[in-house]
Design a binder for this molecule. Structure first.
Ligand code: HEM
Length: 417
């Protein structure tokens, strides 16, 4: 499952949304604002593939997400990323629910849903709080010794990995491996992460080998974890295929990890840039759940998902032909002025207003993020504990960004407190 690197194209002054360099700073928001106003259904040619329609308005993205019969995620049509199916090398491990449509998707999603039901997630609260306390203790000790810390590796990456290890029922000591594999899976366009094609292949093969070992263990010794759910599940009386199991494992590692990590870091960056919003949270911590939603809207850790048209159709009068590729830019929808009052204001109280629209950071429709409650719980507990212990924690230097058109990520960022 080696991802190709994004080939860029000169579009004569028009934006190439596939170019990962566009997302290295906040400048892409200006590009999206122009497209929403002038060309909300924008044709983006590609150097090495068919081109795609870039969809940038909230209402269009929401409607598409809720119409999988017309806008498919199916892997055989191209799946959920910009790449064309035929450009994926050895994609047999790529099958998972995120690249399926209903009705097939429903059964696969149902298999892991018990791992994410509200009762189970809220039952994790005390353990997450204990983890957060330990992580912040370590941050404090390191900060005292060094006068500050690198926030991503000390805090933001650690919590989601530990929580994932708990969901999988694997030792915390395996966390660093999960972290490395997950980075490699989304790092195809970042020269620091794509050390070599060989290294990327090795990461995928190690991750698949690790997942296979777990499958075997849980066949013999079932537990109360997600891997056991997958290893013992049946769809229409049949066991899940091994390729789908591996695909699902990789999906969970990446989805549960990169996104939450980047919300944690991106949230702190926003609170540093908007000190008056931090003060509001310090004065009234009951705003934190609203702030968590605002952080996910603001950061939009998943920049886009892709769909393929299954029939000729139209969006805003623009003809779309069967087989066309469409890319839904959540990062744009979440700043759409037709939807949000003052979309470029970071407002921690935004979601105390029940009329506030739901952000699209977790997607919408059939594929709405399965881990959204878990991610929100981690963010809520982390921000509660962190702001009460270190009210002045702030970013003190540049946040180095992941080079990616898929994940809005921060690789490292210095903080002091
Ligand atoms: C802030 C954190 C997160 C963000 C922003 C996020 C974002 C998303 C988005 C946008 C989708 C929709 C994909 C589509 O429509 O094609 C999605 C799906 C998914 N997410 Fe998340 N996610 C987060 C955290 C998590 C966590 C913690 C987990 C699990 C541990 C998780 C597991 C999944 C899964 C399994 C799917 C696929 C669901 C399906 O295909 O039915 N996510 N996520």
């Amino acid at each position: 499952m080696l991802r190709p690197q994004a080939k860029t194209i000169d579009l004569d002054g028009k934006p190439d949304l596939k170019n990962p360099d566009l997302y290295m700073d906040g400048g892409f928001h200006e590009v999206f604002s122009r497209l929403r106003a002038d060309e909300p259904v924008y044709w983006n040619p590609e150097a090495d593939a068919s081109g795609f329609w870039a969809i940038t308005r909230y209402d269009d993205i929401e409607a598409m997400s809720k119409n999988p019969a017309l806008f498919s995620s199916a892997r055989h049509l191209g799946g959920h990323r910009i790449f064309d199916e035929h450009t994926l090398e050895n994609n047999s491990t790529d099958a998972s629910m995120i690249s399926m449509d209903p009705p097939g998707h429903t059964g696969y999603r149902r298999m892991v849903t018990p791992g994410f039901v509200p009762k189970r997630i809220s039952g994790m609260e005390d353990r997450i709080r204990a983890r957060v306390t330990r992580i912040l203790d370590a941050m404090e000790a390191k900060g005292k010794a060094d006068g500050g810390v690198e926030f991503v590796s000390t805090v933001a990456a650690v919590l989601p990995i530990e929580v994932l290890a708990e969901l999988f029922g694997v030792p915390e000591a395996d966390g660093p491996k999960l972290f490395e594999w997950s980075n490699a899976t989304v790092g195809e366009d970042d020269p620091e992460l794509r050390v070599s094609d060989e290294y990327m292949r090795q990461c995928v093969s190690e991750m698949a080998g690790y997942a296979a070992g777990l499958w075997q263990q849980r066949q013999e010794n079932p537990g109360d974890d997600l891997i056991t759910m997958l290893a013992h599940s049946k769809i229409d009386g049949k066991e899940m295929s091994f390729a789908t199991y591996i695909g699902t494992f990789i999906l969970l590692v990446v989805a549960g990890n990169e996104t939450t990590r980047n919300s944690i870091s991106g949230g702190l960056l926003a609170l540093t840039e908007f000190p008056e919003q931090r003060q509001r949270l310090l004065d009234d911590p009951s705003l934190i759940p609203s702030a968590v939603q605002e952080i996910v809207r603001w950061v939009s850790p998943v920049l886009h998902m892709r769909r393929t048209a299954t029939a000729d159709t139209e969006i805003r009068g623009q003809k779309i032909t069967k087989g066309d590729k469409l890319v839904m830019w959540y990062a744009s929808a979440n700043r759409d002025g037709d939807k949000w009052a003052d979309p470029f204001a970071f407002d921690v109280g935004r979601y105390t207003n029940r009329q506030a629209p739901t952000h699209l950071g977790f997607g919408a429709g059939q594929h709405f993020c399965l881990g959204s409650r878990l991610a929100e719980l981690q963010l809520k507990i982390l921000y509660e504990e962190m702001l009460s212990r270190f009210p002045d924690i702030r970013v003190t230097g540049p946040a180095r960004r992941l080079r990616s058109n898929f994940i809005s990520g921060i690789k490292d960022m210095p903080v002091s407190f």
